[in-house]
Design a protein around this ligand. Structure first.
Ligand code: ATP
Length: 201
């Protein structure tokens, strides 16, 4: 099975790219969705989050209390790293389980959609496609999505820099232009990297 890791910082357009690949019929494992699963009621990460961040970090519904946790971690780098390490551990365990399931089904190609490219993700991927976007456009898109300018800048600053993302990339998709321009770059990669390997898309 050929595994493509798609990554990029907040607001770069990573989800836009991975949804397009999903619409083309490729199987996508979305770390954000899996992270939602492991922190939902009954999710594998909830008990550990409660142990580390206290009982208020879990709501009455038994799921991680996102609002409470966001207010803590987005103002404290060490706590963000701590939360990330707990959630990532559970997300990757779940991803590995799902990769095994897809392997058993003889799936030829799998897309991993991961916002924070920890080494384990890079190791799991045969190829990494990084989605990038000009800083001003990226901030404008995040503001359109409801973040304040300050919050958008703070969240971007807490992630890897563009140069660090670019270092991981086998290919970079520039999403600074129109959606159509982005889709056509993805089509080029589908042809040159997937179809060329005999993967039917
Ligand atoms: P996050 O990590 O926050 O989920 P992301 O990297 O997955 O962000 P998207 O959700 O794909 O980014 O895009 C961010 C926002 O910008 C979305 O509201 C999306 O609809 C919009 N957007 C993405 N690409 C374009 C584009 N080329 N032109 C206009 N709007 C875009």
């Amino acid at each position: 099975m050929f595994i493509v890791g798609v990554t990029g910082g907040i607001g770069s357009g990573k989800t836009t790219v991975s949804r397009y690949l999903e619409d083309k019929g490729l199987v996508v494992l979305d770390a954000d969705r899996i992270s939602g699963d492991v922190t939902a009621e009954g999710g594998s990460a909830v008990a550990e989050v409660a142990e580390v961040f206290g009982p208020a970090s879990v709501g009455l519904d038994g799921a991680m209390n996102r609002k409470y946790i966001s207010d803590i971690v987005f103002h404290d780098r060490m706590k963000l790293d701590l939360l990330s390490s707990i959630v990532h551990k559970h997300v990757f365990a779940e991803m590995e389980k799902r990769i095994e399931e897809e392997t058993a089904k003889n799936t030829k190609c799998l897309i991993l959609d991961v916002p924070i490219p920890v080494q384990r993700f890079v190791d799991m991927s045969d190829q990494v496609w990084v989605v990038r976007c000009d800083p001003d456009t990226r901030i404008a898109r995040l503001i359109d999505r409801g973040l304040s300018p300050g919050e958008a800048q703070r969240r971007i600053a807490m992630q890897l820099s563009d140069a660090e993302y670019a270092d991981l990339a086998d290919f970079v998709i520039d999403n600074s232009g129109s959606i159509e321009q982005t889709y056509s770059q993805v089509e080029e990669l589908i042809k040159s990297q997937l179809v060329e390997r005999g993967i039917r898309v």
